[in-house]
Each structure stands twice: as structure tokens, then as C-alpha cells.
Ligand binder design. Structure first.
Ligand code: FAD
Length: 760
């Protein structure tokens, strides 16, 4: 088969030719299994150019077909070894993604199959991307450490990229970013909304797992975290949520008054991140589900494009109407500060390109050509070093960051500040590795304690979810293929399968939709589930039961008082107040097209996922070794506070009521998972313990709170006891928030950049 550049791409290549042109190539192929099941077989693909020279080939790991191609060389090797990636590869796209300097235009003229007994590859797209991502920012590790940086940011995720790119708006400062993952530029696995959740591979995910969870039948639960430039924004489900104002206002109740953050601050920075596109009048048949005009509240000029899905599953209108029938009102604009109600959620998807918008697209690509911003990827930060002498107030001064690339240790210098944005698990890990944490713990691991701050890594908070799955009547279209591996095969008894849906059940329709996406970037491939109901517990259980539940909780907390931390005591007062008033959500119910059971061909399903939004359980993340490359011990202690289990029980009973309510009832064929109705609460409790999973919305492990309460950072985000080490990521969120966390993380990054700019 012979391929040549599409004319426009060729022109771009020629225009960009020359030294450091920074042209990127993306080659996309689709693969079809024709026979055989052998997981270990390799797929080898060869390409060569007109000159026939040997190409430089780089394969990243053995699990996927992610491949780097250099245009002036020839060979590309793709290996598909892992059963899971293999399945995705054959059932969806395989992406051969190039991303390197082209110093001249070139023609790919050949493509051959080799050693392919069971897979046929067809090239469906060869495109040359613009040179927006100038490779001059992607220096290697040695070049990186030769720069005298003013600021070093560790971690290029939802918060880290806004910090680094906003700081580099000032051409007089030099900013370095250290990211352990790689850049997946234009990789369809990341950027096609419909395929982008299927990323349970070490090329994209840290693949962390919890410690065995005593209150979840001892299960080890997988906890995904994005490992790439873009962090978890490259693997998340793209839902765009803000918390209610009252929740952001609670932050200041835990902080020193001076400089305390509140909802005004957070809304200002949320708005600065957002570029919202209103819902098109034609998108949704039911009126008044969304404030089409966005006359107030949401940002429209920021870097993160957010939009409503173009397509909704047939299950959505009946879901919303059934909620309404049960007095859960539609909230047409949840972005104004009150999130109660049911609504179609916006997604971080660009409606023009049909692509996921992650932190790379939003923040990095526009800034990538700045000469004062340097990014090193594939670089695992291992330690923050401090000057030998403290400042006049006895505070430590961070000055260098150690990182490892391919087993080699490098050290980079920062003259002004180090900003830690490695996320809720690895920010506390890095603090402890650097000597900041519980002194006894550190000493026990042969780490010299520099600052005794026992609250580092404590206060781990997550939203725990539990599913119930239904088969729908024939003819009802669901999305399916929504969820990959939050509870993974490796760790959980229950695995989440991709539910069959219109795309799976109807190959012709699927082919049409894929072609539509290829040509116009529209259609089903751009859309994913996006409907949620946020309710207070009062709405779910009724006032009398709520009063009884809260009284029982107060009794329990009184008994536990001596073992609670000061931060917990302060948080619980706030959370109890929220519960009693019922003005903030305690339960989130998501309608999702993923499934738990192995789906039957020709049938479609949806799953109701319920979660606790303000849990009372608290866990921790700590190092268990001084080896910086070993994962930390992640122990969310899920359901350790019985009230959280009671909340999930109530939420489940709420779902049972909902599915018996018209018009939702009439589209449901039967409940398929759990396979029997669980009438007794004790059976239901056992089920929840058996299947509950992480919401992947971790927060709290370096809480922004008063030091005497158990805070790790102050309102300026500086780690207590340091002069110039700040934390900017979701670990600073001090208490549980009823929201998915990406928007809040972006806003934290935005605000952090402002705070730092004010100081320098
Ligand atoms: C599967 C999944 C689905 C989700 N769905 C949604 C959703 O629909 N809506 C929503 O609002 N939120 C969602 N979230 C949550 C949201 O994406 C995160 O809360 C948010 O991205 C956290 O931002 P962060 O900056 O704290 O961390 P991250 O975005 O995770 O960034 C941390 C970065 O630090 C890097 N890093 C870590 N350690 C090191 C080290 N030692 N050296 C160098 N680099 C390091 C990581 O590789 C990563 O790039 C989801 C998350 C996941 C995992």
C-alpha cells in the first residue's frame, strides 16, 4: 500500500522544514482481529520512506502500540502484549503516534505488514499536525538541568500546567516543568472522547492500587491517576463541575483569616480557566434543561473549552423527567453556585475539533514555543533539596529538585520557588521523601526529618461509588463503552465491562459514526455520558429519617472524639451543618452507559452510579520505603465511617425508587446487576462492600488549613516551615467537596500562579 501526504499536510511540512521546525506527524491505523487469541503475539509494522533509510524507532513499553516516528528514518515497531490494550486496539483504534522533529519534508511511501497472523492493519489517516508544539520546549534532561530556573514546577497536570504556563507569561522568568509521564500529542486514545477512557495502561496511568480495604471485604481497589503531560485531565471523564459556593466558602473556616480563599476567589479563577460554549438550541429536545445563554457565572474566554455533548443517549430525558417527578428539580445552570438538582453536565470537549481538552491542549500548546518555558518529560522527581541554611525566620529554602530519567539522576536548580503539583498521592510522597512529614515515620525509613509535619499525607478523601445496572428495552440507544477499569480485573471481584450499545450492536452505524468523526469531528464519537443528579440526603431519605441518621452519627462521632484529629473535628462540624440544612448535595447519582456484567450481544444497558459526596471516612497516603520510585501506600479507608455506608444504602434505595418512576420505568427491561433484588439492608450492605469503587476524585492530603488544625499549607500555599515551597493541586482541598475535581484543580493552579506572581 502506498501513502503520500495529503496536500495541505505536505505544504505544512515544507513550510515548517528547516532547523528545529518541530513538525509533528500522526498516523492512525485501525486493526481487525481475524483469528487467534494469542495475547503474547507481537504486531510488527514497518514503514519506510522514499529514501529507504533506516528510521529511528522508539517503543514506549510493551503494552500498547504507541510509537514514535522520526520522519527521516524508517522503522516503527508496535507491540501489543497486554490483553486489555490488545482488546482496545482491535476493537477500537490503534494509534501510531509520531511526534518528533522533521528537518525536511518527506513522503511516507510504503507500509507493510509483517508477522501479522491475526491482525489486519489499514491506515486510515496520515496527517501532519501544525507546529504549535515547538520541540524547542522539550529539551532532554541534561539540557534541562543546565538552565538556571527561577521556578520549577513538579507535575504537569490540571494544576501544574496552569502554574507553569501562567508564570512563563513573564518573559523575564525561567520556568521548568518536570513531568514523569510523556506527551501523547494527538493520540486518539487520549483525545477522541469516546475512546479516551480506555487507558488502563502504564503509558497513561500510574496504575496505583489501594491497600486492602477492611470495610470493602479486604479488596484492593485500583485508583487511576494520569501519568502523562496533562496528568489526570488526559484520562478523566471530562465532566465539568463546580462545587456549590457554600463549599468553597467553608475553606476559609479552616484557614487563617488573612488571605483566606472563598467562593468569590474560586469562582474568579474557575471563570478564568473556562471557555464555555452554550448548549445549541437543537441539541436537546427538552426545553429548559440548560441555561443556553450563560448570561451569568461561567467563563467564556479562558483556555479550557467546555461544551455540552452533541448527542445524548435515549435514557437521558426519561432520567431527568423521573427525577423531576420525584421532586428533584432540573438545575439549568449549576455553575452559578448552587449545584442541587439534575442536569446535563458540560464536558471538557472542544466542539470545533471534537477533541478532549486536557491541560496540554488548554495550557501547554499555546505556551509551548516560549523560550523561557522548558519541560522535561519522562522525568520522575524524587526529592526536593533545601539550602543548608534557613532564612531569618528559620524557614527552609527549597533550591533544587532531583529527578530520574532512565535510571540516571539529574538535579535542577530553582532560584525563586519550587511548586509541587504532583497530585494527591505523589505530592505527600515527595514531601516525605524530602524530609517533610511525621518525623518518627521518616526516621524509621532512614530519611532525615527536616520539618516535623505529621499531617502530610493524612486526610485522604474520595467519593466512593456503587453501581446498579439495568437492561433497557429494545430500540433504546445507550452509549456503552464508557468506562475502563476503575475497578480493574487485576484487583476486584467485580469488573466493569463495556456495555453493548448502539455502536457495538450495529457495526454499520458504528462505521458511519467513525467515518463522521474522521471527516467532520462530529457525531457519537465526540459524546459521552453527561447527566448527573446532585441531591441532599434529605431528598433521598426524608426529614425524619435524616434526623435519626444525623443523631446516630453525632453519637458515633462523640464516642470517637479522642481519636479524631483537630481537622476532622472542624470538618465534621461543617459537614453536619450541611447535612442538617440540606442546601448542599450529599449524594451524586450518575446515569452511565457502562456496565458490570458481561454484556449480551444485541442488548443495551445503563448503570446508575451513586456516590457519597461528603464522606466522613478519612484515609492516608504515606511512603512505606525510602525508594522514591516505589508507589506510596494508599489507604482511603473507604466506608470506615459507617455513615458513609448508610448514605450509599440510602442512595441505592433512592435509585430503586427512581427506576420505578415514569417515564424511566417504561424504558427498562430488567435489573441485571446485582442479579437479584436486595430487599434486606444487610444484604445490600454486603453488596456495596463487595463492589464499591473509587470515584478518582482524591483530595486533602496536603490540606490548606491552619497549622494547629493539621494543615500542611497556608493560604499562600507555602508548606509550613518553608519559605518558598508551595503545593498547588487537589491535595490542598481541605475538606470533602461535592463536585468532580478537575475544574477546581485548574482554578487552584490559576490562583497559585497569581499568588506567586504577586510575590515576585
Ligand atoms: C479516571 C478518572 C476520571 C475522572 N473523571 C473526572 C471528571 O469527569 N470530571 C472531573 O472534574 N474530574 C475527574 N477526575 C479527577 C480530575 O481529573 C483530577 O482531580 C485532577 O486532574 C487532579 O489534578 P491534579 O493537578 O491534582 O493532579 P493530576 O492532574 O493528576 O496531575 C499530577 C501530575 O503530576 C505528575 N507526577 C506525579 N508524580 C510525579 C513525580 N514524582 N515526578 C514528576 N511528575 C509527577 C503526574 O504524572 C501528573 O501528570 C477524574 C480522574 C480520573 C483519574
Amino acid at each position: 500500500m502506498s501513502i503520500s501526504w495529503q496536500p495541505r499536510a505536505k505544504e505544512e511540512a515544507e513550510a515548517g522544514a528547516g532547523e528545529n521546525a518541530g513538525v509533528r506527524v500522526s498516523i492512525r491505523a485501525s486493526a481487525h482481529r481475524t483469528s487467534g487469541e494469542d495475547e503474547d503475539e507481537h504486531i510488527t509494522i514497518k514503514m519506510w520512506n522514499a529514501n529507504g533509510g533506516q528510521m529511528k524507532a522508539e517503543s514506549h513499553g510493551k503494552q500498547t502500540t504507541y510509537i514514535h516516528v522520526s520522519l527521516m528514518s524508517v522503522l516503527v515497531v508496535g507491540i501489543v502484549k497486554d490483553e486489555r490494550s490488545f482488546r482496545y486496539s482491535v476493537s477500537k483504534y490503534s494509534c501510531l503516534n509520531g511526534g518528533f522533529n522533521a528537518t525536511a519534508s518527506s513522503h511516507l511511501v510504503g507500509f507493510a505488514r509483517q508477522s501479522i497472523s491475526y491482525v489486519e492493519w489499514t491506515i486510515t489517516e496520515v496527517a501532519l499536525m501544525s507546529s504549535a508544539l515547538n520541540d524547542s520546549s522539550m529539551k532532554d534532561a541534561q539540557a534541562f538541568v543546565e538552565v538556571d530556573f527561577d521556578f520549577i514546577v513538579i507535575g504537569g497536570g490540571a494544576a501544574g500546567l496552569p502554574v507553569a504556563t501562567r508564570l512563563s507569561e513573564n518573559p523575564d522568568v525561567k520556568v521548568g516543568l518536570i513531568e514523569a509521564g510523556v506527551l501523547h500529542s494527538d493520540d486518539p486514545i487520549v483525545y477522541t472522547p469516546r475512546s479516551s477512557e480506555h487507558v488502563n495502561s502504564s503509558n497513561y496511568d500510574w496504575l496505583f492500587a489501594t491497600e486492602p480495604q477492611a470495610n470493602a471485604h479486604g479488596r484492593v481497589i485500583s485508583v487511576p491517576r494520569g501519568k502523562m503531560l496533562g496528568g489526570s485531565t488526559g484520562i478523566n471523564y471530562m465532566g465539568w463541575h463546580r462545587a456549590s459556593k457554600v463549599e468553597y466558602d467553608a475553606w476559609k473556616l479552616l484557614s487563617d483569616p488573612e488571605g483566606a480563599w472563598d467562593s468569590d476567589e474560586m469562582f474568579y479563577f474557575l471563570k478564568r480557566a473556562e471557555a464555555a460554549v452554550p448548549m445549541s438550541e437543537n441539541t436537546y429536545s427538552q426545553d429548559d434543561v440548560a441555561d443556553h445563554s450563560f448570561s451569568k457565572g461561567i467563563g467564556t474566554d479562558g483556555p479550557v473549552k467546555i461544551s455540552y455533548p452533541e448527542v445524548y443517549a435515549d435514557t437521558v430525558p426519561p432520567f431527568i423527567q423521573a427525577c423531576n417527578a420525584l421532586s428533584i428539580p432540573t438545575n439549568a445552570n449549576p455553575y452559578r453556585g448552587n449545584t442541587l438538582g439534575v442536569y446535563p453536565v458540560m464536558k471538557s470537549v472542544d466542539p470545533d475539533s471534537g477533541k478532549r481538552v486536557d491541560a496540554v491542549e488548554a495550557y501547554f500548546v499555546p505556551a509551548a514555543s516560549r523560550q523561557n518555558l522548558k519541560v522535561v518529560t519522562g522525568a520522575h522527581a524524587t526529592k526536593i533539596e533545601f539550602r543548608p541554611e534557613s532564612d531569618g525566620e528559620g524557614k527552609l529554602i527549597a533550591s533544587r529538585v532531583q529527578f530520574v530519567v532512565d535510571g540516571k539522576v539529574f538535579v535542577a536548580n530553582a532560584s525563586k520557588e519550587v511548586i509541587l503539583s504532583a497530585g494527591t498521592f505523589q505530592t505527600p510522597q515527595l514531601l516525605e521523601l524530602s524530609g517533610i512529614g511525621d518525623a518518627a515515620r521518616l526516621t524509621g525509613l532512614s530519611i532525615q526529618p527536616l520539618i516535623d509535619l505529621p499531617s502530610v499525607g493524612e486526610n485522604l478523601i474520595d467519593h466512593v461509588f456503587a453501581p446498579v445496572q439495568y437492561e433497557v428495552k429494545p430500540g433504546i440507544r445507550t452509549f456503552g463503552e464508557m468506562w475502563c477499569g476503575v475497578p480493574s480485573h487485576a484487583f476486584d471481584i467485580v469488573s466493569f465491562y463495556f456495555a453493548p450499545d448502539e455502536l457495538r450492536n450495529d457495526p454499520v452505524f458504528r462505521a458511519e459514526q467513525e467515518a463522521l468523526y474522521e471527516s467532520k469531528k462530529t457525531g457519537w464519537m465526540t459524546s459521552t455520558d453527561a447527566t448527573a443528579a446532585f441531591t441532599p440526603l434529605k431528598w433521598t431519605v426524608g426529614e425524619p429519617k435524616l434526623v435519626a441518621m444525623v443523631q446516630a452519627l453525632e453519637e458515633t462521632l462523640k464516642k470517637e472524639r479522642d481519636s479524631l484529629s483537630p481537622l476532622q473535628k472542624a470538618q465534621y462540624e461543617i459537614q453536619l451543618d450541611w447535612l442538617r440544612k440540606g442546601e448542599t448535595p450529599q449524594v451524586l447519582t450518575v446515569m452511565a452507559s457502562m456496565g458490570v456484567i458481561n454484556p449480551e450481544q444485541g442488548k443495551s444497558y445503563f448503570t446508575m452510579l451513586s456516590s457519597v459526596q461528603h464522606p466522613f471516612s478519612r484515609g492516608s497516603v504515606h511512603i512505606s520505603t525510602n525508594d522514591p520510585l516505589k508507589p506510596p501506600a494508599i489507604d482511603p479507608k473507604c466506608l470506615s465511617e459507617g455513615f458513609d455506608l448508610d448514605t450509599l444504602l440510602a442512595a441505592y434505595r433512592g435509585v430503586e425508587k427512581l427506576v420505578e418512576t415514569q417515564p424511566l420505568k417504561s424504558i427498562i427491561e430488567r435489573q441485571v446487576f446485582p442479579p437479584t433484588l436486595l430487599m434486606e439492608d444487610k444484604d445490600l450492605a454486603g453488596y456495596i462492600r463487595q463492589v464499591c469503587s473509587s470515584g478518582a476524585h482524591f483530595m486533602g492530603t496536603a490540606a490548606m488549613a491552619r497549622r494547629n488544625l493539621g494543615g500542611v499549607v497556608g493560604n499562600d500555599l507555602k508548606v509550613y516551615g518553608t519559605r518558598n515551597l508551595r503545593v498547588a493541586d487537589t491535595s490542598i482541598i481541605p475538606l470533602p467537596m461535592s463536585t468532580l475535581t478537575q475544574a477546581t484543580a485548574y482554578a487552584i493552579g490559576e490562583k497559585a500562579a497569581d499568588l506567586i506572581k504577586q510575590d515576585w
